[in-house]
Design a binder for this molecule. Sequence first.
Ligand code: MN
Ligand code: MN
Length: 324
Amino acid sequence: MLVSDLSAELIGTEAKANDLYDRAAGAYLGLAVGDALGATVEFMTPREIRELYGEHRNLIGGGWLGLRKGRVTDDTEMSLALGSSILAVGRVDARAIAESFSDWMRAKPVDIGHTVRRGIGLYRRSGTLEVPENEYDAGNGACMRSLPIALFTLGSPPQAVAEASRIQAHLTHHNRLADAGTFTVIQMVQAALLGGGKAHLRMQAEALVAAEEPYRFDRRRMENPGGYLVETLRAVFQALFATEGFETALVDVVNRGGDADTTGAILGMIAGALYGTGAIPRRWLNALDKTTARACTRQAVALLKASPHCAGAASVARRSAAVG
Ligand code: MN
Ligand code: MN
């Protein structure tokens, strides 16, 4: 079933607007919490994590970046940079996003991926808004920051969602396999926002596998996932579908180690949309950097409000009020 079918189905079931906004805030806070939780154990193996923490389950900072407790990394910061660009110009505009990413890089972020640095550098030198296609480089750097696209394009036709996703992704990452994985993550977030359950999300993950075989996640347990999006999403899907709540899913995925802040961020945005803010443990929300938490919540609401789904609902309400 497509997201658009689900949307049509839910119109009749009085999906409450409050639920939708709660899920959107849950997705953004989930992303940030997952990033902060995972960053502590980024680049560690599951065995190293076990030896040091038993099971890693608290926002304590540290890690190879020496983070302050509750601090997020590039996954959340680039999402916020993307989201503010969309809100500033009212659309997904490659040049505006490139400027926003460039400003972010100028502010000396705590962490920046190699492919991201290269893409932003190319834009600065030549104004390039789409890096050359690279068949070997399906990194996870565009997927980790894709949440604002999911929120802003909710209610758009799938082709428009995919195009918006490619515009932001190709500033730094241009790869067919990565595009497919990122689009699936966006579709999963959108389905969850509209009230789709885990079985629905699983069908979407399986549709990705049917189209792109490397994403198969039903084989070996994915431990120590690297920055390759195929590995990232295998770990995320395994953890998401093997658990029953936000906390257990996120603890599962970050304790697999590897690129744990990014598996945490991507799982966090999907699970946050699926389970809502109420499912995110209080101790994590309390520990999360306050400025970041406020920015995430504010953007979640603003991006959703500007989406066709919500703008459409508002105009229907206005029309019926005028008729009544
Ligand atoms: Mn990061
Ligand atoms: Mn990472």
